[in-house]
Each structure stands twice: as structure tokens, then as C-alpha cells.
Design a protein. Structure first.
Length: 87
């Protein structure tokens, strides 16, 4: 009797495991995301017009910012500009 209950239990667990792997919805592949990093020298947060404070007219950056994600909070580990000047 115990052996029969163990077999029923294992069959139930196996059936549930197999059925949970089957998906009724097909997942749509969206492709890899497009990521653009704009790395400039001596450009402050308020200099770009995408952040509504800009002193420069940056229409292409504004278009990228309006169609994507804008980051409003960032920190630099050091105040050097050598990485952008060597690039």
C-alpha cells in the first residue's frame, strides 16, 4: 500500500513538472536593446536642452532622450577628465 502511494506521488510530481515546462504562449523575441552612451568632456547636467535647463540647442540628443530613457542621477568616482581626452 505504501509502495503504491509512493508511486502515485512520484507520478503526480513528474506530471506536474512536465506540464509546468510546457508554455501555452509563445514568447516574442524582441532582440537586443540598443544602448548609446554619450561620453563628453566638460559638459554639465544643465548644459543639455533635454533636461529643460539647457544652454545649448541639442536637437539630436533631445530626440534620443524623448524616445528612450533619461538618467537623472549619476556620480563620478573622481573629478578627472583624462578618460575623455585620451579617447
Amino acid at each position: 500500500m505504501i509502495r503504491k502511494m509512493i508511486l502515485v506521488f512520484l507520478f503526480t510530481i513528474g506530471s506536474v513538472s512536465i506540464l509546468s515546462c510546457l508554455s501555452t504562449e509563445k514568447k516574442k523575441y524582441l532582440g537586443s536593446p540598443n544602448i548609446i552612451i554619450v561620453y563628453t568632456d566638460d559638459l554639465g547636467y544643465g548644459d543639455v536642452s533635454a533636461y529643460k535647463k539647457g544652454t545649448l540647442n541639442t536637437t539630436n540628443i533631445d530626440k534620443l532622450a524623448n524616445e528612450g530613457i533619461r538618467f537623472n542621477n549619476g556620480y563620478a568616482s573622481s573629478a578627472t577628465c583624462s578618460p575623455s581626452r585620451y579617447a
